[in-house]
Design a protein around this ligand. Structure first.
Ligand code: TSJ
Length: 646
């Protein structure tokens, strides 16, 4: 026993250091740090079952402020450590970084703040108890924070590990009370723990994780047989996946275990969630690079092999294959090195080639299969759209940049600008059709209203893609006239018109033009939408003439309401802007005192963007349905009519 006590001394110094500087070991003494204590314990159990020893981890949040973790693994080793001469259990809870000292060094992958070890939890607890069920025996040890000579010592064993009799169970149980002198608040948050356990369950397929909150009588079991496949399905739950199930790859190379699941959805964002040893790497790193390289290569090869690049001006870039991508990449390897601002970026160079190799092989195999050919085609179609938009953006940017040069004066030629230079009051009407444009030029207040006629024809053909639309001269004129630039170069302060008003007919062609323009603004000048600068003008649909007055009506509902009690009247229906005189157009549509228009919201623009995507697709069915349903833009239930903010 004497030798035991002397060893103890060294041990205590280690844990006291943790208590002196908790931030060094767990980052903060706030809620995040508090939960870190629990993660340290849970991670140990997860490692055990993830390595195939046992299949269940149970986490309990108790009423008295303690938390406990139980697994059905092999049980922490109880035999004396050859050098330290104390039980394995005691080593785990009293030695800093004791994690990897047992058995095969597969045991623990650690790096940075992660995996500092269970001793840190012990050091920052009022007390901690461990029960080990192993080889038919039950063992127990308790650690306490004690005061000696006015000093607090952390994680001191009350007694050495004790054998408490026989058992048929197998596993490890740890219960602890966080030290309220270290943490401002020692209350565990159910949602925080739940989210962490859910992520862990996804990353370790088949493991059964149970969360029990005795404080609120809640119990939840998390178990995903599909692992990260289920994770991807979960991530795409309220999106529109382009195929199902997600692509899944798993393989091992040079002691590095790689799993990948991916899916594509109907949007333009890239979402890659990567992990190393179950630790999230939001800053990416070498493993992500390896995956991206593989994806680009395999998809390029697929496109070539199946002769899918007929369009000569398409050359894919890596980014094109990641629009709408939702992927989870999880690898396990030893000696990980983390880098970056928040130490959440994988730095190991060897990870890159290993991940690339596994992903290239797996993805190549996947796409070589006849039954997956359709998935390949879908992804290439999606990438083509991305490549076209990228090329068009580049062309449009070049035009926008040229706007200050002599060349630009020619492009702006069609614009009938206003004389005022005051962007605050200036308005630009984008008018469908040359003839309506001409009328609008005559009817406007030229001091602050500019008119840009938009030739109907080139925009009307349904097959036009958004990139071709972008290349369209009028669109480029719009970009030049607005003054802000597009994409990353966008600068709101250079906006030349406070209101940009789309004026088109209330028919299918007009509807299409509006959709295209809104999609354009949404994708390339989004701040104009969020800032509330984009409007849709509403020309009247009807004119009702009675003996003593003329009344313009903008919707079917208005017409019905107005004519309900009229007996003798003349109804004129306007089929297009072109049917109105300059005076009429001023009175009904341009004059702020009488006109009616809709300020476009981000939701409106998103809807337009989605519709355009549908339009560009090859399936004519939904397109037709859509046109029939929404062709009349002036119906109030399509776009909520908002009073113009003057
Ligand atoms: F964090 C912790 F250390 F406190 C802790 C560890 C907490 C809990 C709840 C469980 C565990 C834990 C550790 N569960 N299972 C294990 N397994 C081992 O430590 C172990 C068992 C056998 C062998 C072997 O080589 O025979 C090796 C190890 C590392």
């Amino acid at each position: 026993m004497a030798s035991y006590d002397s060893k103890d001394l060294i041990v205590l110094e280690g844990l006291d250091a943790v208590r002196m500087r908790p931030g060094m070991y767990i980052g903060t003494t706030g809620s995040k740090g508090l939960h870190h204590l629990l993660w340290e314990i849970i991670d140990n159990s997860i490692d055990e079952v993830a390595n195939g020893f046992g299949n269940k981890v149970e986490v309990t949040l108790h009423k008295d402020g303690t938390a406990s973790v139980l697994d059905n693994g092999r049980g922490i080793p109880v035999s004396p450590h050859p050098k330290l001469k104390i039980s394995g259990v005691e080593v785990v809870f009293t030695q800093l970084h004791a994690g990897g000292k047992f058995g095969d060094n597969n045991y623990k992958y650690s790096g940075g703040l992660h995996g500092v070890g269970a001793s840190v939890t012990n050091a920052l607890s009022r007390w901690l108890e461990v029960t080990v069920y192993k080889d038919g025996k039950k063992y127990f040890e308790r650690f306490e924070s004690i005061e000696k000579k006015g000093k607090i010592h952390s994680g001191v064993p009350v007694k050495p590990l004790a054998e408490l009799g026989n058992t048929t169970l197998r596993g490890t149980y740890v219960k602890f009370l966080p030290d309220d002198r270290v943490f401002k608040d020692i209350e565990f948050n159910y949602d925080t723990v739940y989210e962490r356990l859910k992520e862990t369950a996804f990353l370790n397929k088949g493991i059964q994780i149970e969360l029990i909150d005795e404080r609120i009588n809640k119990r939840e079991t998390l178990c995903y047989e599909g692992g990260i496949r289920d994770y991807v399905t979960h991530l795409t739950m309220d999106k529109k996946p382009l195929f199902f199930p997600p692509i899944y790859i798993e393989n091992e190379i040079d002691d590095t275990y790689v799993t990948l699941a991916l899916q594509y959805v109907d949007n333009y964002t890239e979402s890659i969630f990567s992990y190393v040893n179950n630790i999230p790497t939001p800053e990416g790193g070498t493993h992500e690079v390896g995956f991206k390289t593989a994806l680009t290569k395999v998809l390029n090869d697929f496109a070539k092999k199946h002769n899918l690049i007929k369009d000569k001006d398409i050359t894919f870039m890596g980014d094109d294959f990641r629009e709408g991508l939702v992927a989870v990449l999880s690898i396990k390897m030893k000696n990980v090195q983390f880098e970056g601002q928040t130490k959440t970026k994988l730095g190991n160079v060897e990870a890159r080639s290993r991940v690339e190799s596994v992903c290239t092989q797996g993805l190549t195999e996947f796409f070589a299969s006849k039954k997956n050919e359709n998935v390949g085609n879908i992804i290439i179609e999606k990438a083509k759209g991305a490549a076209r938009v990228r090329a068009a953006t580049k062309r449009a940017k070049e035009t926008a940049r040229a706007k200050n040069s002599i060349e630009s004066s020619m492009l702006i030629g069609k614009l009938a600008n206003c004389t005022s230079k005051n962007a605050e009051i200036n308005e630009m009407f984008i008018v469908e059709g040359d003839s309506a444009g001409g009328t609008a030029k005559q009817g406007r207040d030229r001091y602050y209203q500019a008119i840009l006629p938009l030739r109907g024809k080139p925009l009307n053909s349904e097959k036009k893609r958004i990139d071709q639309v972008l290349a369209n001269e009028e669109i480029r004129t719009i970009i030049g006239a607005i003054g802000t630039g597009i994409g990353e170069d966008f600068k709101l302060e250079n906006l030349k018109y406070n209101k940009i008003i789309i004026l088109s007919d209330a028919d299918q062609d007009g509807m299409h033009i509006r959709c295209i323009l809104l999609t354009f603004f949404f994708r390339y000048m989004r701040p104009l939408i969020t800032n509330g600068n984009i409007y849709v003008g509403m020309p009247p649909l009807y004119k009702v003439t009675t003996r003593d007055k003329e009344k313009y009506l903008y919707t079917d509902e208005e017409l019905e309401e107005y004519t309900k009690h009229l007996t003798n009247y003349n109804l004129q229906r306007y089929k297009g802007l072109g049917e109105m005189s300059a005076e009429q157009l001023w009175t009904t549509t341009l004059d702020p005192a009488h006109r009616s228009m809709i300020r476009v919201s981000l939701e409106d623009a998103v809807k337009a963007d989605q519709e355009i995507s549908m339009w560009m697709g090859d399936d004519v069915g939904p397109r037709k349905d859509y046109i029939n349903k929404y062709a009349n833009f002036n119906k109030q239930d399509n776009f909520e009519k908002k009073k113009e903010a003057n």
